[in-house]
Design a binder for this molecule. Structure first.
Ligand code: ATP
Ligand code: MG
Length: 113
């Protein structure tokens, strides 16, 4: 019924991805500054021209919970908006969501998104 999308993207693409998601009607999202590495273990990427001595590079993690029927569109939008074509562009993880509760009025499920 509902899916959580976690997308780890390049910080330089965050504003563009955020606006693209708003444009297709995504109402809520959470964004965090995180550090991570993929299969290159951070070694061959640089960030803003700086070489990081550690192998965890700055990324933005987006968390978005949506109705299942929007998943394909949201995944396509993130994939298009976040892409540079280079390594380190990021990754998208999908999770099933059991329940959502809006604290203000106890609405549940899709109505609470
Ligand atoms: N298996 C994973 N589990 C958790 N987080 C991951 C995983 N793979 C990638 N990430 C997160 O996504 C970020 C971007 O990963 P990245 O795009 O470098 O993946 P990749 O598999 O190395 O692909 P590419 O070859 O295109 O670089 C990482 O810095 C990390 O935060
Ligand atoms: Mg990588």
């Amino acid at each position: 019924m509902m899916t959580k999308i976690e997308a780890v993207i390049q910080p330089s693409k965050f504003d563009y991805v955020k606006q693209a998601l708003i444009d297709i009607g995504v109402d809520g999202m959470t964004a965090s500054e995180v550090r991570g590495h993929g299969r290159q273990k951070g070694h061959t990427e640089t960030y803003h021209g700086h070489e990081y001595s550690v192998d965890l590079l700055p990324k933005i993690k987006l968390e978005i919970v949506i109705e299942d029927k929007m998943v394909d569109q949201v995944v396509e939008t993130i994939t298009r908006a976040a892409a540079t074509g280079r390594i380190g562009d990021g990754k998208i993880f999908l999770f099933k969501v059991e329940e959502v509760i809006r604290i203000r009025n106890q609405e549940r499920g899709v109505a609470a998104l």
